[in-house]
Design a protein around this ligand. Sequence first.
Ligand code: SF4
Length: 939
Amino acid sequence: MSSSAEQAAGRRLLTFLREWDRGSVHVRRRMLRSFLSQNTGKTSPELELEFTQAASLFLSRITVWIRLTYMFGTCLNLQLKALGVFLSAAGSRQYLMEFLEVGGVLTLLEILGQKKTKEPDKAEALRLLYIISNSGRQYKELICESYGVRAVAECLAQSKSEETQRSATTLLESLSQGNPLFQQQVYKGLIALLACNSPKAQQLVLQTLRTVQSTVKAAHPGIVGPLLNLLRSLHLEVQYEVLELIAELQQTEVRTALLRSLVTLLKPSREGARKYKILQDPEMMKMTDSLPLFVQQAAAAKALRMLAQSSQTTSEDLIHLGVVHYLLYAMGNQEHADTQRQASLTLEHIVRSDPVVEEHVHRAMGPALFTSFMNNAELLYMNMDDVEADILLSNKVNISRELEEQKVSGVRPGCMRLLSRINTMSRLKSARGERGVQEDTALVKSRKSKPRVKEEEPSRPSPYHFFDDPAELRLFRSHLLAWYDQSKRELPWRTLAATERDVNIRTYAVWVSEVMLQQTQVATVVDYYNKWMKRWPTVQKLAEASLEEVNQMWSGLGYYSRGRRLHEGAQKVVSELGGQMPRSAETLLKQLPGVGRYTAGAISSIALGQVTGAVDGNVIRVLCRVRAIGADSTSPPVTEALWTIADMLVDPDRPADFNQALMELGATVCTPKSPVCAQCPVQTHCRAYRKVSLKQEKDTKTLLGRLDSAVPDIENCLSGSCNLCLSEGWDSELGVQNYPRKPLKKAPRVERTLTCVLQRQSDEGDVQYLLIQRPSKGLLAGMWELPSMLLEEGIPEKKHRGLLSAEVQRILGTSPDEESLQHLGEVVHIFSHIHQTYVVYSASVCVHADVEREPRTCWLTDSALQEAAVSTGVKKIMKLFYESTRELKNTKNKKRKQYSEPGKEKQAKHPRKRQERAPNGGPKQLSLSQFFTSKPAGS
Ligand code: SF4
């Protein structure tokens, strides 16, 4: 800028600031509006440009004014939004520091605590605190040290606005992540919030608590009471969240207390029905005292069923806690049908899984009632009379006592089996710590069937392959993140993950991107992703779509089962999880089909901020090189080591960025074939690089005859029996590409398939093609294909027509003459594990719409075919068909011309030139990018 321009800009700034300083409230309001309309979304350098490198002067004025006026609410929303422009600008660390130096956090917290503050202003203040919290651990600590957790919790408890409640829970979640000093404070604050009145707030708090619980790991004993109290809620979404949290708490030390309390709730005491705040909910006040207790009783029965079904160990523990007696009692509660139904279903599960229980229940119910129970447990309550209800209410079943007595006195053979199972389970459990019973059962089975062999001492990997120096760990993180901040690619899913505030949409968006990116390159995915998210922006929208539409959208992306699983998962989230996406890696893994360990780690860290590693192909390569892991990268010890390193490395303050940075490094710098070590941000931590450098240095010195002790020996793992080291010798030509090592790939299966483009003329005169839907499972499940059949080896070409004709006859009940089937050529399509060659024929038939025998068939016109869910293989075949048809037409036209010109007959008798051949003898491979670009014949 020239000096005169600078002077002019300086004058403009002075005029602006003077106008602000001297302006009335009215003038300032106008100035703030204008500032917001012109500067929202700008970066820090852009703001500086706007304010002639002195934007801080305006920021300090807003900060001062807000401190003087927030209690009156004067232009409060505009001021908070203006502060947001500064604090959320990219590269705004300087503004943040200036704001904090003048007590910005305290001002925001005081705004939250003011009774007069309006809800939108509270939401805006919470948003600013969220931005501050996300700037790093020290800022989270600053908020917590200023009693921020309490202020936010009180604001949430008193708020009636969903926006404020949502912002408050988002902030609490952020404060709990990467903040070890105050994590417990946030966790306890959330537990206290369970007693709040608003159902929406309860739901949000429970969701946040689930995320925080997975980070905190150990559970606070004080969580049990308030959590189970929420089972009285009449709001299904609250109950759903409670049940999910109860399931997650099964892995913690409050498990026994939870089970015991749930069992006790099956026999409610009517005293103290008004003890809990939740009953002050106006809707609750209308109800009788008993109803919430019965709602809780039914929910407890349901929760117990869920837990018993998830683990046989839990089922057995519940029997010891006397659950059978309590369930029978709940089944006799004729004042509440849902309690009877839930208890009955839970008891049915336990009876069917345990013969001892069956015997006791049979005795307690009597034969007639027991038979009705076993025939239809769910509807038993509808046919139950008062006498039967009394029998259930007064039952004296006590299996746990009997089990104990039998243990010491010797028992009958039926019970012996059960006891020995229980004893085996508990022995295994105490020997190996708590594990899933399936694993235990499998172990029992395998011990029965296999002779015992002396277990070999496992070889232990050495620290050489890990990060055992905390200082190096910190440096690695900071080098990688600094590089990522500078070099990351802007990708639509990254933008969504960083900006979307609705946790369900954010998690869904990351889930879609992760599934699409499995096996497919980023460049290909971007377009598909944008279209997908435009059409199905939420999990609910995707759940409403048909599989046909999903396949159609996925068409061309390959590995079609991925789209199908996304669709299945969305339907499960909506129908079984109340529309709420799972909130941790563990639940993602457990509840979503097609989500494996990597995808769960990636979604939970990127969308939910969970501090967990994510090991995909790129990360495997980077970590194998960085830590010189050269054993088979698919072997169990290497897989476990890589996950251990990834979990250890992930940055607790920025887990999302860190995991993405590691993947980005593998995709753009540490690539499989041409790693650019010279530009690598973690080169100084890379053992593979160091090994190559030392080796080169040593070789050079050896060549020059100047080898001396100054050249260190090649670094190596010093463990004698390491199962992570290179399994074979070092190849100097490969350099760092010695890592990772993969097992030899299995050669793809070679298949030949006969296929036929079968056409007909519709009543409207259009040409239509016959398509058949593939089965709903397996390769290309649910996609549409042309009539096809696998060619067995050794079938000669002369039999092709007969086979195809018979297949068409089977499908349509009619078939073209064998002679009319025209051979068009061959098309090669490579699947990941199949080398497929389609031998393509075409023919015409004359059939009406309703004569097909095969149920999953349809006739499509050219245009409909282009929109249909067909695989790339079908597209290639149709391309060949269109080209052949066009060629045939041209030849016919030429012939007609030649016959009309004397002397050309001889030439016309020459056979038409064969189609261009590929080196493998088949027709030339068709380019995907040219699909359907040529005008179809006959159209
Ligand atoms: Fe990969 Fe080379 Fe970087 Fe090592 S230095 S991580 S081999 S790019």
